[in-house]
Design a protein around this ligand. Structure first.
Ligand code: PLP
Length: 397
């Protein structure tokens, strides 16, 4: 098939919820992908912080081949044991925050958050859930209800009652909103979809202390920031936060749809048979891939690599702010998760589209923001190549 053929078929027969780029990707290797016409692109999005080891990584291919040759889905689903699941549970112990040793699995980030909120309501016997403005927690009815972006929520006559919002990083609003009717506070340690807005250490610490004071459960959503995206395995952990629920997905299985929720011992003692489940949860194929991805991350000391590359990104973006102040207003981020906020949406659109024409795939958010989140395995040379395309386009603005 040709690119045009593929685009025509998709346009004709698929229900699309997004404005698609005019690109049809045929294959990938590391941080490079090729479209159906053979044009090469650098991927600075890693499928939205998912393909953390890049494309076609041998650790993932081997896990898929080996596990699918054995079994991909157990008889009686999650009601039978699986050595692949046991191996992943052991591997996870090397990255999870201490005291959060017990885990259950999901197929996506939204399902992880949905389950955490559902369990928090059951365990506390309370209904209210506090979330933050501009947060993003998923697109199911409940996770959308917890999402603080009206552009995502309002068209659905939103939705589930008992969700309230406070300004991200406002200790004052959180302390006014939280009370003994509150089941949970859900927050990201850095808002990804919201535009790469980091939480202040004071806000996270206050959220933890207020939750403790009112018997409220703290759900930390590390679906975008987890698994070394910002350097440490989990950003909240590096900021000293101990949640009741830690939700994970995206990078956990390097591109295979998979998610997880880790809980502390207090929560474990209150979970009962029948509280949750799902046909595909903890399937052996997903478990084998996730084990392999996490093992690779640990043995290759990915954390150090991300920290180093993050510093290089920070200094490059900083130099652009000084050199192109009329085009770029601000940079925000950490590790390999960054936003460049342009002074206006037209400039960001021109930048995004011209980079794409020149073989660089970026992500545009909220009009003015260009989000950059490549594979954690990207090389310095690939970063340099992409940055030179970006700077070239910046100089045209
Ligand atoms: C912080 C956060 N939570 C939840 C989700 C939803 O995850 P999924 O798309 O896997 O359902 C996302 C997705 O972007 C996210 O960034």
């Amino acid at each position: 098939m040709s690119t045009q053929n593929t685009i025509d078929i998709e346009n004709k027969f698929s229900v699309s919820f997004g404005e698609k780029l005019p690109v049809s990707i045929d294959k990938g290797l590391g941080s490079k992908v090729w479209d159906e016409n053979g044009k090469e692109y650098l991927d600075f999005t890693s499928g939205w912080a998912v393909t953390c080891l890049g494309h076609s990584h041998p650790a993932i291919i081997d896990a898929i081949v080996n596990q699918s040759g054995k079994i991909i889905h157990n008889p009686n689903s999650g009601l039978t044991h699986s050595p692949a699941r046991a191996k992943l549970l052991l591997t996870l112990q090397n990255v999870l925050p201490s005291g959060m040793n017990k885990v259950f699995f999901t197929n996506s980030g939204a399902e992880a958050n949905d389950a955490a909120m559902k369990l928090a309501r059951k365990i506390t016997g309370r209904k209210k859930i506090i979330s933050t403005r501009m947060s993003f927690h998923g697109r199911t009815l409940a996770t959308l209800s917890a999402t603080g972006q009206s552009v995502q929520r309002d068209r659905f006559n939103v939705v589930v009652p008992f969700f309230e919002f406070v300004e991200y990083n406002s200790v004052c609003q959180l302390s006014e909103c939280i009370n003994s009717d509150t089941a949970a506070v859900i927050l990201e340690p850095l808002q990804g979809e919201g535009g790469i807005i980091p939480a202040t250490p004071a806000f996270l610490a206050a959220a933890q202390a207020l939750c403790k004071a009112y018997g409220v459960l703290l759900i930390v959503d590390e679906i975008q920031t987890g698994f070394f995206r910002t350097g440490p395995a989990f950003l909240s952990q590096s900021m000293g936060i101990k949640p009741d629920f830690l939700t994970m997905a995206k990078g956990i299985a390097g591109g295979f749809p998979f998610g997880a929720v880790a809980v502390n011992n207090d929560i474990v003692s209150k979970i009962e048979i029948g509280d949750h489940g799902g046909t595909y949860n903890g399937n052996p194929l997903g478990c084998a891939i996730a084990s392999s991805v996490i093992e690779f991350m640990l043995t290759s000391d990915i954390e150090r690599g991300v920290e180093e590359k993050g510093k290089y990104c920070a200094s490059t973006f900083n130099s652009w702010i000084l050199k192109y102040p009329l085009q770029i207003k601000e940079m925000r981020g950490k590790g390999l998760l960054w936003a460049l906020e342009f002074t206006n949406a037209d400039a960001a659109t021109f930048f995004h589209n011209t980079c794409l024409e020149n073989g660089l795939i970026l992500n545009q958010k909220h009009g003015k923001i260009i989000r950059f989140f490549p594979a954690l395995t990207i090389t310095k040379k690939e970063l340099q190549d992409g940055f030179s395309i970006m700077e070239n386009v910046l100089s045209m603005l």
